[in-house]
Design a binder for this molecule. Structure first.
Ligand code: 2HA
Ligand code: ZN
Length: 263
């Protein structure tokens, strides 16, 4: 199918990032999922596509998404194949019926991710915010997930402070830090709701003993934040592996960064 420039760019971005998720070891089997709201880029070509599959009921109505279009990776699909054959492993869906159902409109009948409830609930929240955030990534970054197995790191902003203090980039490029969602069943509405509750404050949240979930204006931006936090986690763990607890930047040094970068 012929996609317009903007949609083609979104597809290319998702396939690029999917490749990184696989290369980083964050996407075992079908782990992780990516979605992007492409409603602003929809054109007549998309409007004229007849449904390939559906309608499928959504677990709860998302009125403000009615008529919206999303690129979304498929359930059971491997990130490594999203990278090599993007439109064989993701689909474009359209939300119908006042936000009560969706149909797949392109390119093949690839059924969306098991995390569709959290992706769409978050997209509904982001659409309500209206600040141009279109992208959602969920992935399983090894070191960040490992850190959520330690109770002390689950207290509010303990991990943000620790990860910020490992390298100036993290303080500068992940200025909101990271929220923590206590363990919930994967794919559940409870997980979606607990995630949304933290997005006023954070762009990245960690799902305890499961993974990372990030939102951004585009997929690259969402990925970069997880990548930066992951770098900090690796520095911390490298210090521990060498037998010492990394000192971390001081509060004064982080404050200086905050002022210098207007964070
Ligand atoms: O798509 O990562 O959380 C598989 C998952 C579910
Ligand atoms: Zn997952």
């Amino acid at each position: 199918m012929e996609y317009n420039e903007n949609i083609a760019a979104c597809i290319a971005e998702i396939s690029e990032i999917a490749g990184y998720l696989w290369q980083k070891g964050w996407a075992e089997r079908n782990g992780g999922n990516i979605s992007c709201n492409i409603t602003d880029f929809a054109d007549d070509v998309l409007a004229e596509c007849s449904p390939l599959y559906g309608p499928v009921s959504l677990p709860r109505p998302l009125e403000n998404l009615s008529g919206n279009y999303f690129l979304v990776t498929g359930t059971g699909r491997r990130m490594r194949y999203v990278a090599s054959a993007p439109m064989d492993n993701m689909a474009i869906i359209k939300i119908l019926d006042g936000g009560r159902s969706y149909v797949i409109v392109a390119e093949k009948a690839v059924v969306p991710t098991s995390e569709l409830p959290s992706h769409l609930s978050v997209h509904s929240y982001l659409a309500g915010r209206g600040d141009g955030y279109r992208a959602v990534i969920h992935t399983h970054p090894i070191e960040l997930v490992a850190m959520t197995h330690h109770k002390a790191f689950l207290e509010k902003d303990v991990l943000s402070r620790l990860l910020w203090s490992m390298i100036p980039e993290t303080r500068a490029f992940c200025p909101k830090g990271v929220g923590i969602v206590p363990y919930q069943l994967p794919g559940s509405l409870a997980l979606a709701d607990a995630t949304i509750a933290l997005l006023d404050e954070y762009d990245v949240v960690l799902w305890e003993k499961h993974g990372a979930f990030a939102v951004g204006k585009n997929v690259v931006e969402a990925f970069d934040m997880i990548d930066t936090l992951s770098k900090s986690a690796q520095i911390y763990m490298s210090g521990r592996a060498m037998g010492f607890v990394p000192e971390g930047m001081t509060d004064a040094q982080m404050q200086e960064l905050k002022q210098a970068f207007n964070l």
